[in-house]
Structures are given as C-alpha cells and as structure tokens.
Design a protein around this ligand. Sequence first.
Ligand SMILES: [Zn+2]
Length: 76
Amino acid sequence: MTRRRFAFAPWRLRESPTPNRFRATCLTCLEPSPDVTSGGVAQQWCLEHAGRTWHTAYEVAMVGQFEASLTDASGQ
Ligand SMILES: [Zn+2]
C-alpha cells in the first residue's frame, strides 16, 4: 500500500502579457475579419467591409488569457 500526502495550495490568477485578440464578424454575410491584436484594426476591417458591401451590423469577439500560479511555491 502506498501512502500519499496531499495539501491545499492557494492559487492566484493574473492577466497574461499575451496581447488580446480581436475578431469581427459581419452579421449579414458572416464574413470574419482576420484575427488581429488591435481593436482599431478590427474596427477598420468593419468600416472597409461596410464600404464594400453596405452591410452595417457586426459582432466583435475579444479573447484574452489568464495565467494561474501558486502563491506559495513551497506548498506550505
Ligand atoms: Zn458582410
């Protein structure tokens, strides 16, 4: 029989330095924008798409990342 010892360890969560990603989608024809790291670039894609197609409704998704780490690496 093997004995194991377990302990609770506190974790914290913080925002990753990885840049957020933005993707706009036209709600009329469902064409997606490229995946970009700037909200302004995603907005520019919407304006260019509107100028080209006269489609006027867009959805934008922003994705960020969190990183979890132990607050006390020794586990004590
Ligand atoms: Zn469209």
